[in-house]
Design a protein around this ligand. Sequence first.
Ligand code: BEZ
Length: 210
Amino acid sequence: MALRLGDTAPDFTADTTEGQIAFHNWKDGSWAVLFSHPKDFTPVCTTELGYTAKLKDEFAARNVKVIGLSVDPVADHERWASDIEETQGTAVNFPMIGDADRTVAELYDMIHPNANETFTVRSVFVIDPANKVRLTLTYPASTGRNFDEILRVIDSLQLTDGHKVATPVNWTKGDDVIIVPALSNEDAKALFPDGWDEKKPYLRMVKSPV
Ligand code: BEZ
């Protein structure tokens, strides 16, 4: 069955470009982004991996480890890495799983046979420090993902885990947020002493607490 939000991200051991990795051990209490791409030596994937490598400091600032995957072997990932560096201007700086036997792809339901029987789709899993799945995304092979959006969701998850707020449409870090409907006005006064903008009883906008 497909993984759902709140499920425990399955543990696995896999060969990667940085040696064998036991996923939960490697994660070691950090956040993680586990993402699959359909195939090595393909154009859209080349741009995705290069851009993700450019975001290294952004992921590190959020305590997020990144790990990629395709069903190509590690040796192919290693040969392809030099093309990525040459064309995208940044070397891949995170491990890439060579999932030739599809162990991880099957655990995470990354092969959608009605789209393609052989290759993984563009899956993304954001996994929290407790190893719970917090975001799933599935994109088709023809559409490169927006990794800035993945950072944006991580910002929202990290903020809303720590405060009784939710983030509105197109929110980015620093924008006003929404007081969660479950919080009464009385309790909200203690948490947001400077007050809020009550557009409706269920829509209370407030400055971001951090
Ligand atoms: C690509 O990364 O460019 C790609 C991969 C598989 C199918 C179509 C495009």
